[in-house]
Design a binder for this molecule. Structure first.
Ligand code: NAP
Length: 329
């Protein structure tokens, strides 16, 4: 694995260390994408390895059928697996791929089934970072954390993460783990990018307060922040040409133009601005973007090294305003 310009960071207050840019793997086996095939997936994963990316983010539900992205990632990584951080998730509807869930996907029984199924599909003895993909309102968080703690003690999982939790749920989980003395969540994965800053209201402050590393998903807003949709049209083969077309149809073209001008004035690409802005946020550990082509991975891997000044941040706030706290009341 060659070392490039990419940097490495600790995830929150844990010793887990990952590349500042990770590879989101929900495109592996995605119908209609170039990475639907193993060959397409290999090209993207191998480019990521060459660029020094060490974090590969997948989930049990990703792919044209649940489990497919995990299986494809394992094949693409091959003997490199030990050198990287494999993060996967359980807790969204895996349509039986992990066995029955009875609608209680944070329960001890379902967690034990899910981890075995993911380990099998990933062809590995351990998962570096295991996420609860979404809160389970039916199961007490104490039961979920207790089962996850057992997985860490058994060596099947090294670190624990949560995803799509509200700030209060992050706090509840933190204090539940502290009271039991068990392993705590070290990472929080949430929707967060320049166009969607809701995470700043409750999630990133909670993560900072309790020492969790934030892993923003949708860092490019499905590609809207790359500049390729700035004309209000989706280029052929791009994600928004076949899913979530409303994002392009409803795009604020003036905002996208101001963003393009901001990047151009600094000699940056829009991808560099999107990644570096996220990487500059105190709580962020790694920016995970999916990619469908090796060129995208190479560009993304190098995109987080710009260090915005205070003035740059103020200017970006003017283009992409923060969500006011009053939105909560
Ligand atoms: N925890 C959760 O609930 C959750 C939810 C969603 C995602 N995730 C994770 O977060 C990761 C990131 O989400 P995402 O992949 O949807 O992120 P995203 O940043 O919003 O969009 C990535 C898409 O943008 C395009 N793109 C990427 N790099 C580009 C570049 N350099 N130039 C031009 N276009 C580029 C690609 O699409 P095209 O080439 O097809 O246009 C790519 O698939 C996922 O892979 C997944 O692992 C987690």
């Amino acid at each position: 694995m060659t070392q490039n310009t990419i940097e490495y960071r600790q995830v929150g207050h844990s010793g887990l260390t990952v590349s500042t840019v990770g590879l989101g793997c929900n495109n592996l086996g995605r119908p209609g994408s170039v990475t639907e095939t193993q060959e397409g997936a290999d090209a993207v994963v191998h480019a990521a390895l060459e660029e020094g990316i060490t974090l590969f983010d997948v989930a049990d539900i990703y792919g044209s059928h649940p489990g497919l992205s995990e299986t494809m990632l394992a094949k693409s990584l091959g003997s490199e697996r030990e050198k990287v951080v494999v993060a996967t998730k359980f807790g969204l509807d895996a349509q039986g791929a992990n066995g029955p869930d009875w609608g209680r996907r944070g329960s001890r029984k379902y967690i034990m089934q899910s981890v075995e199924a993911s380990l099998r599909r990933l062809g590995t003895d351990y998962i570096d970072l295991y996420y609860l993909h979404t809160p389970d309102p039916q199961t007490p968080i104490a039961e979920t954390l207790d089962a996850l703690d057992d997985l860490v003690k058994q060596g099947k999982v090294l670190y624990l993460g949560n995803s799509n939790m509200a700030g209060w749920q992050i706090a509840e989980a933190e204090f539940t783990a502290r009271m039991s003395g068990g392993n705590r969540f070290v990472a929080s994965q949430n929707h967060y990018n320049l166009m969607d800053r809701r995470a700043e209201l409750e999630v990133t402050p909670a993560a900072e307060a309790f020492g969790l590393g934030v892993m923003p998903y949708f860092p490019l807003a499905n590609g809207m922040l790359t500049g390729k949709y700035s004309a209000g049209k989706a280029p052929e083969g791009s994600r928004l040409s076949y899913v979530r077309q409303h994002m392009v149809e409803g795009a604020d073209l003036e905002q996208l133009k101001a963003y393009g001008d901001f990047a151009a004035a600094r000699g940056l690409t829009e991808v560099q601005v999107a990644f570096s802005w996220l990487a500059a946020q105190k709580s962020v550990a790694s920016v995970i973007a999916g990619a469908t082509r090796p060129e995208q991975v190479r560009e993304n891997a190098r995109a987080a090294s710009w260090k915005p000044t205070g003035e740059d941040l103020v200017e970006l706030d003017a283009i992409f305003p923060k969500v006011p706290r009053t939105a909560l009341f």
